[in-house]
Design a protein around this ligand. Sequence first.
Ligand SMILES: *Cc1c(COP(=O)(O)O)cnc(C)c1O
Length: 244
Amino acid sequence: MEGKTGMTIGDNMREIQSCIAAAEARAGRTPGTVTLICVTKTRTVTEMSEAVRSGAFDLGENRVQEMMEKYGAMQDVAGTGEKKYNIKWHLIGQLQRNKVKYIIGKTSLIHSVDSFRLAEEIERCAKEAKVNVGVLIQVNPAGEMQKAGVSLPEAELLTREIDGGLTRVRVQGLMSVVPIAEDPEEVRGYFREVKQTFDKMAAAYPAFRHLSMGMTHDYEVAIEEGATMVRVGAGIFGPRAQRE
Ligand SMILES: *Cc1c(COP(=O)(O)O)cnc(C)c1O
């Protein structure tokens, strides 16, 4: 479902919320336990505000500069009117080390940690700001060359290294990107593999609680396979102009 014509952002939000609830039910999951992250890259503050008013309180951006530009404006939206919204920001795109300093204290979760050097820079900035930072390890279970992320065995090693060596970076789970498939059934196996590793790691790391997987075309399958967070953009706002 790609933001059908004639549907408002609010309509799309409601439809996706009900599809999430149905997928939770099919999978025997507790209702309301999957977090919808509304992916707002390329969208305007006006569009984002409409989504927030329809219940999108977790926003995902993939570029630091774009996130920072919108952050201030959205804090205003969140704090005005009769209702106050508690907006949480998720950084879901590749993070360069020289940009980490801008987002510490502003993001509730960084989904895209894939190296110890990046984690070390997050640690350095977190110490300076006297905060702890929740992160996910980004995995690329299909080993696609053009995509960021580590293999599942590498995710286990990296988590061990961060857990043992750093104090303010808290690994709270895994984030996965899988191939774009015509039929989401084709990627079910990847979601299942990621979930198996997640469960194994959750048994060893009590802080493990988030499994971020699934986008517009495959989030229902991802929920059936154990996602606790889904990242949906086009399904809420309609198709995007091509850009990574
Ligand atoms: C853009 C993006 C999404 C959302 O993709 P849609 O197809 O618009 O739902 C999810 N995750 C990441 C990492 C993204 O960059």
